[in-house]
Design a protein around this ligand. Structure first.
Ligand code: 6PG
Length: 251
């Protein structure tokens, strides 16, 4: 593993995906222990896409992690049925929840079997309720962004992250915790955590592999203001890039 020094982010480069998963699992262990010692739960939001699948499969072999106290939320979701190949819930379910026999009550998924407005409302409500950040009389009025203990993100070829796409400012600058993302560039409608929520996290990990991502990774690390992923600046948490050699080859 090689560490690249930057003042505002930690960047680690690995030779292969098994080293990447072993490193992320060591962080997961450390972050979950700290979070549970602090508030008795470990709240994580996980992304979809292709890159994290193998990581979720390896995580699912770690029965020794504190799964009963771990609460898993989704970073974002494509608005398709949960058995659709593009469903992020399906990715988590097939590779993590089912193999681990993960406690149902600790899964906080984005529903896609209801109209999208209802799904947004239910997910906002689930988050506000879990983190106690809403006025009980107005459960859908966020009083502050929730603080996840860990948010796992990827970076798309166009520099998007979560479902925060270039030029969709309503998904960036909003008091809401969850919004819909749509537009001609998005194949399915999406539901996503917003930038204020992502920035509030205690720990954020960008997991990016492959030489097709090398240029975009460099631009994000150099804070290119045209790319949504560059806006991911933690309020007071940690920002960690975990890359393979190929994704780091332009750095
Ligand atoms: C999703 C995520 C998206 C993803 C990037 C990278 O697809 O569900 O919203 O932000 O993390 O597009 O995707 P890959 O890992 O497939 O390259």
């Amino acid at each position: 593993m090689k560490r690249i020094a930057k003042s505002d982010k930690e960047i680690y480069v690995f030779d292969n995906y098994s080293e990447i998963s072993a490193y992320i699992i060591s962080l997961w262990r450390q972050f979950s222990q700290n979070a549970i010692a602090r508030h008795d739960y470990f709240a994580v939001a996980l992304s979809g896409g292709k890159t994290p699948k193998k990581l979720y499969q390896v995580l699912a072999k770690h029965n020794d992690l504190p799964w009963n106290r771990t609460h898993i939320f989704q970073v974002d979701e494509r608005f398709v049925k949960r058995d659709h190949p593009d469903s992020n819930y399906k990715l988590l379910n097939d590779n993590l929840f089912i193999p681990l026999n993960f406690p149902e009550k600790n899964i906080h998924g984005i529903k896609t079997d209801v109209p999208i407005d209802k799904s947004l409302m239910l997910y906002r409500y689930a988050i506000n309720n879990f983190f106690h950040i809403a006025d009980p009389a107005e459960p859908l009025t966020e009083t502050a962004p929730p603080q996840f203990d860990l948010i796992m993100l990827g970076i798309g070829d166009d520099g998007h992250t979560a479902s925060l796409f270039p030029f969709q400012l309503d998904t960036f600058d909003t008091p809401k915790n969850v919004v819909a993302a749509s537009g001609s560039h998005v194949m399915h409608e999406r539901v996503t955590l917003t930038l204020p929520v992502i920035r509030q996290a205690k720990n954020i990990i960008f997991l990016v592999v492959g030489d097709n991502k090398a240029e975009i990774v460099k631009r994000v690390i150099d804070n290119d203001p045209k790319l949504p992923a560059s806006f991911v600046k933690p309020v007071d948490g940690k920002l960690i890039f975990v890359l393979d050699q190929a994704a780091a080859s332009s750095l």
